[in-house]
Design a binder for this molecule. Structure first.
Ligand SMILES: Nc1ncnc2c1ncn2[C@@H]1O[C@H](COP(=O)(O)OP(=O)(O)OP(=O)(O)O)[C@@H](O)[C@H]1O
Ligand SMILES: [Mg+2]
Length: 338
């Protein structure tokens, strides 16, 4: 029996297709060993969850870097943390959902306006699963959009980094398409599910988002497993983080895999009052305190040189304090999510 990741299956279908009893499946569902949804008193299991349960699908882990505040360090964290993963040997795909397109700048990659997240999300390109050729179409699209980043000759890790860059037109797409009545917030999730079918070699996906909680960020929350949120030590109001946490809570209903992997202070400096004040404020807020990481990234002028270096700081200056701090952040984050 062929399983489609996005389809819902009844227990009867799965039981007859895989020669197991419905009773056994019900027990696994009740124990939480298999994930499912109850419609009335009938269980339904999504294809993806069945494939994960049977071990047939071990799709990429998806991280979204978000904060409604501008300049918090989202693009800096996305590129550096993803590249650290590539240094560990993982194959990593970066997806830029911010129309500003900073990931391409930070990775020194020229942008072809016909090969960006605009094409990935464009509704016109999305075919209903039932249309013949749906899989071939996705294959062609992903093969075209998934681009290698330059610099692999000097930094071997970059041979495992791929990017779907953003283009300014993404802002138009958001305005034009994303306000229709269709559940357009599933666009990225569908695209990533299709990637699993056509290119199963990607281990992790890192998504950069714009400084707002509009439909592009919501698309990312619908598709992600983990949210990472850098915040500036000067962001004393913390309203960007709090609004993000409220949204994450709401999105759990649609995306039960979503977890907060960490709130990370950026521009830190423990010798300043502000640094300590903001940490205390977070610790005092129930919606934020469980996710605050001990590790932080200090304010450092070298980050401003990063675009000129052409490769992320963790490769350009791997022994710098900043690179060490970023490695520590990733390690602590992993301990929280495993
Ligand atoms: N720890 C740091 N110390 C000094 N400068 C930093 C630090 N982190 C980031 N920067 C710099 O601050 C600027 C903003 O960072 P970045 O672009 O990563 O933020 P962002 O959250 O993605 O911004 P936006 O909301 O506009 O997308 C960049 O010029 C970056 O180089
Ligand atoms: Mg950015």
């Amino acid at each position: 029996m062929d399983i489609e990741v996005g389809r819902m299956y009844t227990l009867r279908e799965l039981a007859s297709g895989f020669s197991v009893s419905e009773r056994t499946l019900t027990r696994k569902l009740e124990l939480g060993e298999l994930r499912g949804y109850k419609v009335g008193n009938q269980w339904r299991v999504r294809g993806r969850e069945w494939l994960e349960y049977t071990g047939a699908l071990s799709g990429p882990r998806v991280f979204v870097v978000a904060n409604a505040k501008g300049g918090a360090g989202k693009s800096t964290f996305t590129t550096n943390l993803a590249v650290l993963r590539a240094r560990e040997g993982k194959r990593v795909l970066l997806i830029d959902l911010d129309p500003q397109g900073h990931l391409a700048t930070l990775l020194n990659m020229p942008v072809d306006p016909d090969r960006t997240t605009v094409q990935l999300l464009n509704e016109e390109l999305r075919l209903p699963r039932t249309v013949p050729g749906h899989r071939d179409r996705w294959h062609t699209l992903w093969t075209d959009l998934l681009q290698s980043v330059p610099g692999a000759e000097e930094h071997e890790a970059l041979s495992r980094v791929f990017l779907v860059p953003a283009h300014n037109d993404l802002a138009d797409l958001e305005r034009a398409n994303f306000h229709r009545s269709k559940p357009i917030e599933y666009a990225l999730r569908e695209a990533i599910e299709a990637l699993t079918l056509v290119n199963p070699d990607i281990d992790e996906i890192w998504i950069d988002t714009p400084p707002n909680l509009g439909s592009l960020t919501r698309n990312a929350l619908m598709a992600a497993h983990y949210v990472v949120s850098p915040f500036a030590k000067s962001d004393l109001g913390l309203d960007g983080l709090e609004r993000l946490m409220v949204l994450v809570e709401q999105y759990l209903e649609f995306n039960p895999y979503l977890r907060v992997a960490g709130l990370v202070m950026n521009y830190g400096n423990p010798r300043t009052i502000m640094h300590n004040e903001i940490r205390e404020t977070i610790k005092g807020r129930a919606s934020l305190s469980p996710y605050l990481l001990e590790s932080y990234v200090s304010e450092a002028e070298r980050f401003n040189q990063a675009p000129r270096l052409g490769v992320p700081l963790v490769l350009a200056e791997p022994n710098s304090t900043s690179a060490q701090e970023l490695r520590r952040v990733l390690k602590e984050m992993d301990a929280c999510v495993e």
